[in-house]
Design a protein around this ligand. Structure first.
Ligand SMILES: [Cu+2]
Length: 162
């Protein structure tokens, strides 16, 4: 009997942990890592600007560019090079296939793929500009909506089972 209770408690704790994890991944109130392009990743033909326009990101978040090594790269450029899909001399190319970019300050930033002389950027939509603001929504302001739902759900579950 005691063993069953421990199992139940473990399940309840695991459930709460998972709920918390899901909330923290999907909730822009928490620092998070956004995979550029979602499931498709940093890929030719995905409208990355449209994807990013639907994402809420703030200072403290991270961008993760995922792609097969050698097929693409990631270059941060200024607005002018962004428009032309060109890479200025000395620009840093990220080529690891899982490039993590820290958003460390409030700023508009531009990212392109420079492969094939800008062909991926121009014709494959492998480019986006994004203004990373420093006004992440406060924890307190909407704490009731998500923060306590998980805990209440967990407690209710526990009372019923135990
Ligand atoms: Cu590319």
């Amino acid at each position: 009997m005691a063993t069953t209770n421990i199992k139940m408690i473990t399940i309840v704790i695991a459930t709460i942990s998972m709920m918390t994890l899901v909330i923290s991944i999907s909730d822009p109130r928490y620092p998070r890592t956004i995979v550029v392009g979602g499931d498709k990743g940093w890929t030719y033909g995905v409208d990355h600007q449209a994807f990013m326009n639907n994402i809420e990101m703030f200072v403290g978040d991270k961008l993760l560019f995922q792609y097969p090594i050698g097929q693409h790269d990631v270059v941060e450029v200024d607005a002018e090079n962004f428009e032309k899909c060109t890479v200025p001399p000395g620009a840093k190319r990220h080529t690891s296939g899982k490039d993590l970019i820290n958003i460390d300050k409030e700023k508009r930033r531009f990212f392109i793929c420079s492969v094939k002389g800008g062909h991926h950027c121009r014709d494959g939509k492998m480019k986006f500009g994004y203004y990373f603001a420093d006004n992440r929504p406060a924890f307190e302001s909407s704490h009731d909506s998500a923060g306590s739902t998980g805990i209440q759900g967990g407690r209710k579950l526990g009372e019923e089972k135990l």
